[in-house]
Unconditional design. Structure first.
Length: 333
């Protein structure tokens, strides 16, 4: 005998609720690229930025995107948002020597009060929290390369102290919220990163060298050029940061590229990549400028299965093209 058809209506298919991410400093260089990555991973994204060092140019392409919202606000003020929040990505901070030398008090406030407000939001919403710290917490290191266990060599009253100590305080505050309030926190220590959307005159070595090379101006190398840095393409960095947030490790993790260049080598690399006629000139080394900077990334490799994939020469292609367009547009004005 044939079975009777069921009279029950099929259950409606309920679409999954997208996770909600809040990105402080989301109109900046790295923050805006993170926003793109999160939207591509199916997140709803709320950006909070006061545009002191960020720019709406970096997020203009997202205008009208249904899962994107921009709030122009200083993160040192109380952060009130209706509805659920799953992740808080705290990227807000001046992050170049020019910025934190011109804005020392704002730099200290965003590292302290801003981190406090962002952690408070995460605590209220039961959200995971990620702090973007920096290799600057190691100061002018006496240990090379730098593992996460190294406590650093920082001059708290020097010209870089406002940034270094703001980030060191932010790490301590993040750990306090983890230990006392049970907030699920993550701390990434970012090493030198480059890519499109960096500001042309932000004082960091990549924009400075590329801008000078494209204009065939002398490239300024400080000191004797033997001080070292390592450069990580933004796409590699953000993949590491995303994996860290989605993991379960709460202590600091270095994310950066361990391939090390002297500043003289890097200047020559930029000249070759741009086809520039620039020559190299030397200026005195700024006070407290780190002599060596290279991450130990063993934790990232073991805990996150992460390591950088983009070689410098390949990563410079989109970066140089971005600066070529920006400088060309500025010259047209």
């Amino acid at each position: 005998m044939a079975k009777k058809a069921s009279s029950r209506a099929p259950k409606p298919v309920v679409p999954p609720v997208p996770p909600v991410s809040v990105v402080t400093g989301g109109a900046g260089f790295l923050g805006s690229h993170l926003v793109d990555k999160l939207l591509g991973r199916g997140h709803r994204v709320i950006v909070i930025d006061n545009l002191v060092t960020g720019s709406t140019d970096n997020i203009a392409h997202l205008a009208g995107t249904k899962d994107f919202r921009f709030i122009e606000q200083d993160v040192t003020e109380f952060l009130f948002l209706e509805g659920p929040v799953d992740y808080v990505w705290h990227f807000a901070s001046p992050a170049s020597p020019i910025d934190y030398l011109e804005l020392p008090i704002q730099t200290l406030k965003v590292g302290s009060l801003g981190t406090h407000k962002a952690l408070g939001l995460a605590k209220q919403k039961g959200a995971r929290f990620l702090l973007t710290s920096t290799s600057e917490v190691y100061g002018d290191p006496l240990v090379h390369p730098q593992p996460e266990e190294y406590w650093g060599n920082v001059n708290s009253v020097g010209p870089r102290g406002c940034y270094d100590e703001a980030k060191r305080f932010a790490e301590a505050l993040t750990m306090a919220y983890h230990q006392q309030h049970g907030v699920k926190t993550r701390i990434v220590r970012i090493f030198n990163t480059y890519g499109p959307r960096m500001r042309v005159k932000d004082g960091r070595v990549v924009p400075a060298f590329i801008s000078q090379a494209l204009a065939n101006e002398p490239i300024t190398v400080f000191g004797d050029g033997r001080q070292t840095r390592s450069f990580c393409h933004y796409s590699d960095l953000l993949e590491g940061i995303y994996r860290l947030m989605m993991g379960d490790y709460h202590l600091p993790v270095n994310i950066g590229n361990p391939q090390e260049f002297t500043m003289l080598e890097f200047a020559r690399e930029i000249i070759a990549a741009t086809g520039s006629k620039s020559r190299i000139i030397f200026q005195p080394l700024p006070q407290d400028d780190p002599k060596q900077r290279r991450p130990v990334i063993t934790k990232a490799q073991q805990l996150l299965g992460w390591e950088p994939k983009v070689p410098l020469r390949a990563g410079l292609v989109d970066t140089i093209e971005y600066f070529r367009k920006r400088l060309g547009a500025a010259a047209g004005n």
